[in-house]
Design a protein around this ligand. Structure first.
Ligand code: SF4
Length: 243
């Protein structure tokens, strides 16, 4: 194929055809004003978000729909630069329908603030949209049935960076069972677009193991160095340590 390069003269086209080289010609289609008026408007991002959320809220694709109180779809800036992905809703999230609420959510907020971001400036979602009973780990078949929602959310947000929070999120996104400690400290790539992905600890773990907060801060520094936060406020490590 000769490609969409320069305008070709008739002679050039004949010569290329003689060499059995296809000549690419842009297709120009004219629509009458009446046809233009009748053509359906292209779907907007808002339409796509609305359709996706309605679908998730009514989802019965796995057994977790039987025990959930609410579907936890996701929250935040749908054009965010950072996309935070956790594991699955816990009891508070299941009640309120929002990811990362309660004490772990407050610590996540502090971690984001330390990175110069308000919670509203990121998009937050989970691998699973419904709570596993007793907060057990997601089963592989549940993650598989649910992953389409998250993939569509990622495609709509088009983030500059994915922050995978906790072992389950990191292993599911990277499709490997490497321990979290070995996944931290480097920039991975997610999906065909190769979105930079940084792994850190889940705030629920940091509440149980506050000695690891220093390492979480190192993870955030790596994320900030990879895709700088939107705001220029000075990072405040003390905000994490205080909790
Ligand atoms: S966890 Fe995901 S796949 Fe399972 S019912 Fe909820 S939304 Fe559907």
């Amino acid at each position: 194929m000769a490609g969409a390069g320069p305008q070709l003269s008739g002679r050039q086209k004949v010569a290329l055809e003689a060499m059995a080289i296809d000549v690419w010609t842009p297709r120009i289609e004219f629509m009458t004003p009446q046809a233009q008026a009748q053509a359906p408007a292209p779907a907007t991002a808002a339409d796509e978000w609305g359709a996706l959320e309605r679908e998730a809220l009514a989802c019965t694709n796995c057994v977790l729909h039987q025990t959930r109180t609410r579907v936890v779809f996701g929250v935040g800036d749908r054009q965010a630069r950072w996309l935070v992905i956790g594991e699955a809703p816990g009891a508070d999230e299941d009640r309120q329908g929002e990811p990362f609420v309660g004490r772990a959510g407050q610590l996540l907020n502090e971690m984001l603030r330390a990175a110069g971001l308000d919670r509203e400036q990121v998009y937050i979602a989970n691998i699973l949209k419904c709570r596993p009973p007793e907060n057990r780990d997601p089963k592989p078949e549940e993650s598989a049935r649910c992953e389409g929602y998250l993939q569509r959310q990622i495609a709509l947000v088009q983030p500059g960076l994915v922050l995978a929070v906790g072992r389950i999120a990191a292993q599911n996104l990277l499709r490997e069972d490497t321990p979290l400690s070995n996944l931290r400290g480097r920039v991975h790539r997610y999906g065909p677009a190769g979105i930079p992905l940084v792994v850190t600890y889940h705030p629920a773990y940091l509440l149980r193991s506050p000695g690891q907060k220093r390492k979480a801060w190192e993870d955030l520094c790596l994320a900030m160095a990879t895709v700088p936060p939107l705001r220029s406020t000075a990072p405040a490590q003390a905000a994490i340590d205080e909790r």
